[in-house]
Design a protein around this ligand. Sequence first.
Ligand SMILES: [Fe+2]
Length: 250
Amino acid sequence: MLIAQISDIHASPDGPSLLAFERAIDWLKAFRPDALVLTGDLVDDGWQQGYRRIAEGLRALNFPVYLLPGNGDDRSVMRAELSEVGRWTGMSGPMHFRAAVNGVSLVGVDVTVPGQSYGEIRPHLPWLRNALSDVAIPVLLFTHQPPFEVGIEVLDQVGCRNGDALREFLEAGTRPPLGVLCGHVHRPVSGRWGSIALQTCGSLCPPNPLLFRGRHDLPLLDAPSFLVHELRKDQLLSHVVSIRSIADNV
Ligand SMILES: [Fe+2]
């Protein structure tokens, strides 16, 4: 069981991200995962043509695609332009998704707060309680902003607020997810909440450098990347797939 995860394309008219997206899509066509999840920030500034280009790439895939918005997305433009490929639980408001793919439950919670870079989980806990009440296990839970700190201050300031409430809720439930899988950080970071794996996905736009503990002097060596999650019974393995720097591709 293979779930691919792409995050933070941040497509813009003059940026290299759409080229990285096209390379990732070509690779996924050959790789053929069971599903693909996009964890937000598809374009910058609600760029409508960018959503169209992304929709075109996703329509060419012959496996299901699930999408969450990020803080850089315009929910209404994204919903309109990606309605053919997106699968959300409501026709308006938060763009949550819930799906079963080959016995694995994929649950996406839209924690974005319109007009803000940070996210917030609290208003969505009732929806999540209901979504998890009768799902098959294992469960993978997706959000854009991570509800846990990654140790990089500038990013933790704009993470998903009240992550502790989510952790408490998940650990007290009968169906804690195998993993909480996020975007927003533009770097792959992994950790744990007890038995729950925590993972952020790298970005398809140029990654953030490791601004660790206030260090701003480190050069960027990392390449854009995405993830392939493999589930083997109750084991979750997350593989990083790097895309060579755009400069190598042109
Ligand atoms: Fe973001």
